[in-house]
Write a protein that binds this ligand. Sequence first.
Ligand SMILES: *Cc1c(COP(=O)(O)O)cnc(C)c1O
Length: 394
Amino acid sequence: MNIPIARPTTGREEADAARRPLMSGWVTQGPEVKAFEDEFAVMTGASCACALANGTAALHLGLLAVGVRPDDEVITVSHSYIATANSIRYCQAIPVFVDITPGTFNMAPAAVEAAITEKTRAILCVHQMGMPCDLAKILEIAHAHSLSVVEDAACAAGSEICLKGMWQKIGKPHGDVACFSFHPRKVITTGDGGMITTNDSKIDSECKLLRQHAMDAASTERHDSKQIVRPQYSKLGFNYRMTDIQGAVGREQLKKLPKIVSRRRELADMYREALADCPPVILPEEPKWARSNWQSYCIRLGTGVEASAVMQAMGVKGVSTRGGIMCAHREGAYKTQPWLCLEEGRLIKGESSGCRALAQSELAQDSCISLPIFPQMTNEELQYITECLKEILT
Ligand SMILES: *Cc1c(COP(=O)(O)O)cnc(C)c1O
């Protein structure tokens, strides 16, 4: 057996779709991107969607569009892919790291409230590994303090949350904006790619402006116009465009999303059942109000079990695994501040190694492993994985 950690679901449909822009001669942001945005907005239930080069660009523009400015504080988690924290620094703002709730690996809302100061501008919450974070509580705190909420939904396409008794897609959005990624490790992919969904047309226009150097006239308009129009650049923008090749691929992936998510949920159910009676394994929690897309299946190993040794032994048996989600504050890029964390009710400059305020984040990184999960995986492969794991752990 040789089972990878993940595998994209691209195939013939995506290859055929990519031919359209390539043959038409319109290869960068154009009609395919526009159609992908419209279809993605329908999937999430948002009124606007803006496609971008990647998920990190989506976070950067999302933060700028809600008004994050230099020296503002943005409350987020360290326990995430480093792009989350980095996007705050791209705005020259200051990441304020709060700890996570162990069972869901998501931001602990109680910690958020305590971390708010007069400099706080926004909350950047993460739906880690596709598991919805506690938006009901986070939004309540944000509204009480007039803070913007940016959702890092990089992994969460197709995930759902029940709010006020109604099941809704992540990205509806529930905060001011939600930011998605289409990197191959996520549930649908365009190679690289990102998307911002929002219900605020002003935010949407701002993102669409900033993604192409803040150029004032849309390139399609210039194309159609008989007169010569000189574009205007009124402020500093970026080249964060998605290509039409990616847009065409994304539209095919979006069609597959319901099947991808339902198969991932089946596999997660099977993992839960198979590992229920394996004491050193602590399973991920799915709150009653959340339905994950199971972008990753991350288990926690009880004390005394060394995660790296387990990963090594699984590798020998042909099963590829990964460690827990990283903690940005432990990386060289965060060795020196600007980041802050909460200790005894006050924001302080934290320690890059052994930060007490982020103890649960560090523990989750060190004691967790991600098991393979992708729609093409067979039931037999899953059974093999759980058998190997049990053999290694007993
Ligand atoms: C993947 C990921 C990102 C970054 O997305 P890219 O498309 O790779 O730029 C940001 N946040 C989280 C939580 C992610 O998992």
